[in-house]
Design a protein around this ligand. Structure first.
Ligand SMILES: C[C@@]1(CC(=O)O)c2cc3[nH]c(cc4nc(cc5[nH]c(cc(n2)[C@H]1CCC(=O)O)[C@@](C)(CC(=O)O)[C@@H]5CCC(=O)O)C(CC(=O)O)=C4CCC(=O)O)c(CCC(=O)O)c3CC(=O)O
Ligand SMILES: NC(=O)C1=CN([C@@H]2O[C@H](COP(=O)(O)OP(=O)(O)OC[C@H]3O[C@@H](n4cnc5c(N)ncnc54)[C@H](O)[C@@H]3O)[C@@H](O)[C@H]2O)C=CC1
Length: 210
């Protein structure tokens, strides 16, 4: 199956996780990291989900799934251990144009969740299109080692520079040339040597000479 990879903005949007087991907990945590407005619907929940509820990071509805609980959702994750319930959730969402991820059925999902690593604003997501989540996780762990803190710092500098470049280089082709070349310079090496100020100075002087 061909899937279209996107980065979704869930900030303050109603996202519902049905079920409260370990898989539900993982999905809750990743949604929370993206500032979603989270509801968990489940008679039972893990200790960690309970803590999040106590600290008011999420809302817990201690009940079994019912369609009226999700009708106004932006996104739903069907994470119960009951295939029939998960399928019912999927059907309801499909009919009502709600994004739905079903943890035990790719066929009933209109999106699946990638294994993702973050280094500041650098986000790398890995998908195996459902063939091996364990491999997706392994590759993600490898990428974490390869793309360490220095890339986060590099991206911070590049982000700041981007605004300056837009204001100072009016020609679009020249801007593209600058953006493409700057990442091939020694900036990353300087950051690795903890010479961040020098790295910033080099980028600026390069910009001025452009
Ligand atoms: C289709 C998909 C739907 C979805 O959930 O979105 C799905 C489905 C299923 N996963 C199952 C098992 C496991 N899932 C994990 C881990 C993760 N699973 C995630 C995603 C996805 N899992 C989607 C496909 C993603 C892709 O491949 O591109 C990750 C990446 C993201 C996340 O969930 O946050 C997260 C890594 C988190 C991280 O970053 O570390 C592990 C490993 C572990 O826990 O260590 C195992 C055990 C080992 C194994 O099975 O590989 C089973 C039960 C199989 C059975 O019956 O035995 C099903 C159901 C089925 O296959 O039908
Ligand atoms: N997508 C993924 O990454 C993975 C998926 N799986 C699949 O996911 C299934 C569930 O995983 P776990 O979290 O370990 O299950 P679990 O058994 O720990 O938790 C199930 C949860 O569903 C709740 N629940 C059951 N019926 C419900 C209902 N009618 N309404 C609301 N909540 C209800 C229960 O109270 C419980 O909190 C597994 O059986 C497996 O098939 C397993 C591993 C990873």
């Amino acid at each position: 199956m061909e899937l279209y990879p996107i980065s979704l903005n869930v900030k303050n949007k109603k996202c519902v996780v049905v079920g409260g087991g370990n898989v539900a907990e993982r999905k809750v945590k990743s949604l929370l990291a993206c500032s979603a407005n989270i509801y968990v619907i489940s008679p039972q929940i893990t200790k960690n989900i309970e803590d999040l509820s106590l600290y008011k990071k999420i809302s817990w509805l201690k009940e079994e799934f019912a369609p009226n609980l999700i009708h106004d959702s932006f996104l739903v994750i069907a994470a119960t251990n009951n295939r029939i319930i998960n399928e019912e959730i999927s059907k309801y969402c499909e009919k009502n144009n709600i994004l739905v991820n079903v943890i035990d059925s790719m066929e009933n999902s209109n999106f699946i969740v990638n294994a993702t690593m973050k280094q500041n604003d650098l986000v790398i997501s890995v998908s195996t299109s459902g063939k091996s989540p364990a491999l997706a996780r392994k590759i993600k762990e490898e990428l974490k080692l390869k793309y360490g803190k220095e890339y986060g710092i590099l991206l911070e500098i590049l982000g700041e520079t981007r605004e300056l470049v837009k204001a100072n280089i009016s020609d679009e082709n020249l801007r593209k040339e600058f953006f493409t070349k700057v990442i091939d310079t020694e900036i990353l090496d300087l950051i690795k040597q903890e010479k961040v100020i020098e790295a910033k100075r080099r980028v600026k002087s390069w910009l001025l000479s452009h």
